[in-house]
Design a binder for this molecule. Structure first.
Ligand SMILES: Nc1ncnc2c1ncn2[C@@H]1O[C@H](COP(=O)(O)OP(=O)(O)OP(=O)(O)O)[C@@H](O)[C@H]1O
Length: 590
């Protein structure tokens, strides 16, 4: 085709396109008018394809619902109707102007303006009518409406692969991860309040949010310090009804200090929305806690005190539709099982309830019990670990020293001298013991050697426990001696070193203990004294070291690599020979 004829063809096609566009605009307008007339006739409340409600529709809706309104409400409704009529007239005028001028740009502008007015009127009318608008309620997550989905399949799959995320979903919803806070259903101010200081969601947050916002039950398994609290905390916020001053969200935690820490995080999420989170836990006044429950929407609790309050009628969980077991494997072990059964029975029915279980360790022994309480749960596991095997945070350097019982104190002194002197004098060190009496003795030993130290264990009053933790957190005391009450969940900034003076009863507890360091993308170090007394746990410990790519001392290998089938009542371990294990790849934490 020659140049000229090509130009002519293009002009002709443009003209043809223009006239057909005009015809289409006319046809659309005609259809819209007919639709409005029909809506008024039928009392229908259909929405336009862009999701807004037309003034006529609002009017019909308002008419239907105006019965039983107060005088003020009727007035508001009348005003809204007027607005709606004005907007409709404006829309009509805009259509006429556009038609008369034959100018599509002007028509589009006028129509846009009119639509805005119509939307405004629709919102006013809806408000007067008690219908919440999308903006007020933000996005109300639905269980089946997929209110929030993450990125598309290709991008999502690439992210899952890069971050080694395994998603097992019996319903095969295949929701992509949320890779930016901006795509969450919160306004700018709220996002700032929640996420300032964070650059992106962590892998467990990115992968779990779309499913949780869509109402799914979940098991989330991710390494210590990887942001699980916000992973389960953020999605429930939009679901809460501010005016319903009843417990709508319940989060259960195994220890008092952890419950308080979760409450702090939940308050950060609740407060900007005018919601209240409170905490109930043992060892403190019941009356004060009863008082604090007034007007609360979210309760974080330890199981014993929660059941006390359910039993005496202080707490009614029948409206609790979002139930979280944090440190879920601990919550489901034999010590807590009965308490948890009672709590779940007191909460809303399974079909109305979203149940979540989050943890860094997910032993085989609790999985069957967990399935009793969950409905088609999505299981999300981070770290090339689809089967949910025991894994330690790979940013922690793990050193294991096989020594004699009687060498422990002098080695402890050496380690403290090495890591808490000179410019490192203020570095935080957490020392774990197995027994309360042992913790008291070790604390005294450290104090006598000239190191400022505090303690936290079950022989101390709750007040004293909280004071010790606070002094450690605010840097007043750089060394804290603890039993396993401090092993799980506690998020203390910049713990440089964890020392295990006596190995815990399970290797799961070991993973949680050392997880107090190396949090939120930081590096950390753990030094563990291992004696002949714990040789039954050597195989499982060797597995954890190998999977985290850590050196395994010869002396430890000598105890054997077999993993006992049943390690402890709490967990009833799992069987795997270490030779099958492959080293873990590092997960990046943005
Ligand atoms: N998106 C994020 N980016 C950076 N830091 C984050 C992000 N989300 C949470 N954090 C921070 O990471 C730290 C660890 O979070 P959190 O306590 O929730 O970990 P966890 O996975 O529950 O750990 P544990 O298994 O020990 O209980 C906290 O200080 C938290 O404020």
């Amino acid at each position: 085709m020659g140049k000229r004829s090509r130009e002519e063809a293009e002009v002709a096609s443009e003209l043809a396109d223009g006239s057909s566009k005009k015809q289409k605009v006319k046809k659309d307008k005609k259809e819209k008018k007919e639709k409005r007339a029909k809506a008024v006739e039928n009392g229908a409340t259909e929405s336009l394809s862009n999701g807004t409600t037309t003034p006529a529709e609002v009017e019909v809706d308002a008419e239907v619902k105006s019965e039983g309104l107060s005088k003020e409400e009727r007035k508001a409704l009348k005003r809204a109707k007027k607005e709606a009529a004005k907007a409709a007239a404006a829309e009509e005028a805009a259509e006429n102007v556009a038609e008369g001028a034959g100018d599509e740009d002007a028509a589009a502008k006028a129509e846009k303006k009119a639509r805005k007015r119509a939307e405004k009127a629709a919102k006013k009318a809806a408000k007067a009518n008690g219908v919440a608008t999308a903006e007020e309620d933000e996005v109300e997550p639905k269980s089946n409406g997929k209110a929030v989905t993450g990125v598309g399949k290709a991008e999502g799959d690439a992210y899952y692969k890069e971050k080694q995320i395994a998603v097992e979903d019996p319903l095969k919803e295949a929701l992509g991860p949320v890779l930016s806070f901006d795509t969450l259903p919160f306004d700018v101010e709220t996002r700032k309040a929640y996420f300032s200081g964070f650059s992106t969601p962590t892998p467990i947050q990115a992968a779990s949010w779309p499913y949780l916002l869509n109402g799914r039950d979940m098991i989330g398994v991710a390494e210590t310090g990887s942001g699980k609290t916000f992973a389960f905390g953020v999605p429930c916020i939009n679901r809460l009804k501010k005016d319903q001053k009843r417990i709508q969200v319940c989060i259960v935690s195994p220890t008092r200090e952890l419950a308080l820490q979760i409450q702090e995080q939940m308050t950060k999420l609740a407060k900007p929305k005018g919601l209240k989170a409170t905490c109930v836990y043992g060892g403190m006044s019941k009356d004060d806690q009863r008082q604090s429950l007034k007007g609360a929407h979210i309760v974080v609790a330890t199981p014993g005190r929660l059941n006390d309050f359910i039993g005496d009628g202080t707490i009614d969980l029948s409206n609790t539709k979002y139930l979280v077991l944090d440190e879920a494997d601990r919550m489901l072990d034999t010590g807590f099982e009965q308490d948890i059964r009672k709590i779940i029975t007191a909460a809303a029915d399974g079909k109305d309830r979203q149940t979540l279980m989050f943890t860094a360790t997910w032993p085989e022994s609790v999985r069957k019990l967990a399935s009793e309480f969950l409905r088609n749960p999505v299981r999300i596991t981070i770290g090339d670990n689809a089967s949910g095997e025991l894994r330690a945070n790979t940013r922690i350097v793990q050193e294991v020293e096989v020594i004699e019982e009687m060498q422990k104190q002098s080695r402890l002194f050496d380690v403290l001298k090495q890591y808490q002197s000179g410019k490192n004098k203020k570095d935080r060190i957490l020392v774990f013991c197995l027994y309360k009496k042992e913790a008291t003795r070790i604390e005294e030993f450290i104090r006598r050697r000239g190191f400022p130290v505090a303690g936290i264990h079950g022989d101390l009053s709750q007040q004293k426990r909280m004071e010790s933790l606070e002094a450690f957190k605010n840097g007043e005391v750089p060394c804290l001696v603890a039993t396993d009450v401090a092993a799980r969940g506690l998020d203390i900034p910049a713990v440089k070193l964890v020392i295990n003076v006596t190995f815990p009863l399970t290797v799961e507890d070991y993973v949680h203990r050392i997880g107090r360091t190396g949090r939120a993308g930081q590096d950390g170090r753990a030094i563990t004294f291992f004696t002949q007394n714990e040789k039954g746990l050597a195989g499982a410990l060797i597995n954890v070291l190998k999977k985290a790519d850590q050196p395994v001392p010869e002396e430890l290998m000598k105890f054997g690599t077999t993993v006992k089938k049943k390690g402890h009542d709490a967990y009833g371990a799992f069987f795997k020979d270490t030779s099958e294990m492959k080293a873990a790849t590092k997960i990046t934490f943005d």
